[in-house]
Design a protein around this ligand. Sequence first.
Ligand SMILES: O=C(O)CCC(=O)C(=O)O
Length: 280
Amino acid sequence: MAELTTLDFDAPIDDVLAALHRDGGVIVRDMLSEDGRRAIVDDLSADFGAAAPGSKSGMELWETFHGANTIRFCGLAARSRAFVDHALLNPVLAAVADRELLPGCADYWLNTGQVMAVGPDEPAQYLHRDENNWPEAVKPDSEVTVSCMFALSDFTRENGATVVVPGSQSLPPGLVRGHEVVDAEVAYSEMSAGSGMIYSGKVIHGAGANTTDAWRYGMHVSFVSGWLRPEEASPIQVDCATAAALPERARQLLGWSSYHSEGGGRIWLVDFEDASRLFD
Ligand SMILES: O=C(O)CCC(=O)C(=O)O
């Protein structure tokens, strides 16, 4: 079995990046403080109880992808201030995203913040690459998206820890929808609650099978280049009044500001002005 490197949250960012570049994923212990993790779980606990497992898409591909006994919901910044303070603005994830994404864009924003709770007896998700959301933008040597799977509860091989194929970020770009799981080649992101597995948009991965009778609670947070459209329509979920109460960087990440490209282009404007002017 392959393994991902596990580092402490205060490890030098160059060490985190070296492991990420070598394997396509790296586990960082205690990315969420215990207080932060508990606050997120408290804020979201009613939503965990109310959400039904399975996909609402009505599309076979997405129903298979989402999993019949997996609970997913988004709009986390509208549901939890602790999500904003501890996950959206997480300093380790920000440092990695700056280094990985800023060479290809003037800024990035939230792609999606998504609870991924894998239930008992859920089979493994088909393996895939996140960057395939934006096939036209994919390039072999640069990232358009970077993700973190935060463990809100302990992740074990038995309960569905994210499966990663280390090194697959270096394979030629292209659509991956299912990939053979060869035991010697895959790593299971086993990690304690509060840890995060930061991973490349290029690496082949997916949720593992949950063979236990307990839920595996995960929370995915990903960023995407500011000139691409994110998976989740954050400003439609996080309204202006909610955004106004958040730190400026959180508002920018949630789409309540505009994008200025290096060459002077401006997009996502409000009446020709930067959307952040709404908060002046
Ligand atoms: O839940 C997981 O461990 C990974 C899920 C995933 O990669 C996805 O749904 O895009």
